[in-house]
Design a protein around this ligand. Sequence first.
Ligand code: PMP
Length: 434
Amino acid sequence: MESQTELLLKRRHNTIGKYSPLFYEQPIHLARGEGVWLYDTDDNKFLDCYNNVPHVGHCHPKVVNAITQQVTKLNIHTRYLHENIVNYVERLTATFAEPLNAAMLTCTGSEANELALRMARFMSGSQGIIVTDAAYHGNTEAVGELGTGFMPEAQRTKRVRSFPIPDTYRGLPNVPVEELKDAYLKHIKAAINAFQEDGLGVAGMLVCPDFANEGLLNLPDGFLEEAAEMVRAAGGFVIFDEVQAGFGRTGKHMWAHQWYDVVPDIVTMGKPMGNGFPLAGIVSSLDNINAFTKHAMYFNTFGGTPVACAVGNAVLDALEEDNLLENAVTTGQYVTEGLLKLQEKFDLIGDVRSRGMFFGVELVLDKTLKTPAKVQAKQIVNFMRHHGVLISTIGPSDSVLKIRPPMPFKPEHADILLAALFKAFDAVSQEVGV
Ligand code: PMP
């Protein structure tokens, strides 16, 4: 007899195919979520150490209340005067440095990046966009062109050029650490030159300031600032994709780019912005937004509705009232210390990287050659799932454990995560003899 879950898996397979592969060798059939916990249909409990969309916690009462209150009153597009969008954007833009003082709201991160590309190309009069060679920024056609991490070389278009991921752990072949910054900058310069030779010009550089999909990298000091300067000198826009990194994820600052000494021209955001409700957008200067919309029509039916903005406000309330940035700093530090202790014990762990409530644990088969331990990373993720803790992998070789829990994650949750990781590393290390 097939179980309910097996039957549902079959029906899913026959209706939506394989376009969104399920996590884990044994998929989880979820029923509900609360705070940092998820529950399956048999009421088994899983500690969520992966999902950043339920940023302030699964089903946060403030967010649930905001949706229900506003949806029973009014929900309509942005062509009528309503205070929610104004209140929200005033509050949102107050978290940025000048001149980032205005916003346009969308429903997804992909739409936000699509809009940022349109703005940069329209305003610069150029086409070329610089990204990393392991980038993912979304699913529309133009944004899909930037997805170098998922695209064979032959399918790339001439208007997108990539540079090697700026990674102080792996670096570049035969380049000493102290020369890494300049070596990576040479690749940016080469992309700029190539665009100019092709007659495309430079519209901008679009990167996640946390290099999250690339493996949560530590950059050579000064790299991002100098890369931004080079792009601007060539007439391009600096676009930071904060879809994963934003809203206090990195603890010390509301925005990951605020760790660096560079103010971008456009910031894109999404995922955690509505805690699961589709809310995303771009922040730029009012001058940029007015200059773009004077000639280019932009309307987004569901972007910035009164419900969306009520939700956005509730997320900001929860971040403030639950002291979640402060928690990301203190609990983040606690988790990092635990991960570093694991690194001392297990040779599989090549590098531990963290910023606030975002952790990357890079697995290698050999500490000198740094051979990516892709298979072992997958084994660890599946082992953890069977021990009730949900994590995933990132990076060009999928060999970096991605640990990115909802922001109300506390030291008592960290203890559960670290104990499960210990067991997982113990089991997997013994198996491969590392
Ligand atoms: N930018 C980054 C950095 C992302 O990780 C993603 C989604 N994984 C997106 C953009 C696209 O966001 P969405 O799925 O909301 O369109």
